[in-house]
Design a binder for this molecule. Sequence first.
Ligand code: FAD
Length: 411
Amino acid sequence: MRVAIIGAGIVGLATAHAILDRGHDVVLVEPGGKQGRPTDGNAGWIAHTDIMPLASPKAWRNLPRWLMDPLGPLTIRPGYLPHLTPWLARFLLASSPSRIKASIGAIRSINAEALPAWKSLLSSLNLNDHLREHGILSVWRHESAFRQSQDIVEHQRNFGISAEVLNPAALAKLEPALRNVEAAVLYPEACHVSDPAVLAADLLRLALERGAVHVAAQALRIEPRDHAIHIHTDGETPEVAADQVVVSAGIWSRSLAAQLGDRIPLDTERGYNATYPKGTFGIGRPIMFEGEGFVTSPLDTGDRVGGAVEFAGLDAPPNHGRTDAMVQRLSRFLPHLQSETPAKRWMGFRPSIPDSLPVIGPAGKDRRVIYAFGHGHFGLTQAAITSRLVADLVERKSVGIDLKPFATQRF
Ligand SMILES: Cc1cc2nc3c(=O)[nH]c(=O)nc-3n(C[C@H](O)[C@H](O)[C@H](O)COP(=O)(O)OP(=O)(O)OC[C@H]3O[C@@H](n4cnc5c(N)ncnc54)[C@H](O)[C@@H]3O)c2cc1C
């Protein structure tokens, strides 16, 4: 069987390998060079222990404070508000206690298999060196804020996720550079990768070595015909025909799905980061600064602080005042950062659905087109398990996970 994959970000690349593993032919339709592709600039976390949707009690607790601050962790650019209204309406619907509970259950159902799926993918390709198993820390500036978040830690433990509350001495031993932290939880099973862009480049190189064909073009239109699905492109190969097509073009999937009659509430939560020379932060593992809206990661290629959620669409220029504000807030925890030289800055487009669940499943009108996009904050984490589910869907096999919460039909 010939399977065309539209979009070779982390989800499309993992999917290419899963489909090659099953002995099928793969064509990757990918133009390359898209600015703000989140596959390259993310924080590198395999955060399968994080099971909270964005519409969570945590977000609602912090929302008033965040929205008051124009450079705070969550902003909606006023001009974008009319475009975002349908997304926000669905976000509100996804915030009822029963819907939050359902989202948590669905996130957990795939996150529980996320790390084993990554380990199996990496070891099958001899890429184990990309995985860093040092755990992930959550830290709180104030003990009182930690107490308010304890329900989340309990939730995680109820799902069998290890979460170790650290006393100040244990934290100081683990991360001596950190200051002004009153509470911390270590998730020993969470991991990160060497560098997400380097990992993606290796996955692409190996997919091509394994026989995948790269069509360097943008897919403009998907046209299902009786015997094949045709993809019309803007490149030298104007048409690609395949038995099945996977749409994994991140935020850019929305218009492709719309052409097929699926109106999906996919919007972008723009995120920002700054990357300093390796070792600048003096921290040994990724850290989530709870309530602050940013995380840090010690990558092989540099120390990264990233986060923020900005709703402003694909076209508005980046506002790196937001990155500066993030660095400013980080320097409360790492005071030595104030004397460091400015870092490399980046902005990228998380592909987000209001209920924080990706779309994984067939298109509404043709089962030969399979969607795999909308992973929001968890796209790296969930890429390998998504790829396994997509390969099962391609082969019409039972997937072993209830995919109803991820279906297009939920909208
Ligand atoms: C600041 C930040 C930090 C993050 N940190 C983490 C983290 O630590 N852990 C985690 O799990 N997730 C994280 N994420 C989220 C994660 O990066 C994304 O969910 C993930 O990268 C989405 O991958 P993707 O392959 O679906 O999409 P993308 O990375 O957007 O890739 C889509 C691909 O499709 C291609 N494409 C677009 N249009 C077309 C077309 N018409 N035809 C053909 N190809 C097309 C693009 O060129 C691109 O290569 C973070 C995101 C941000 C912004």
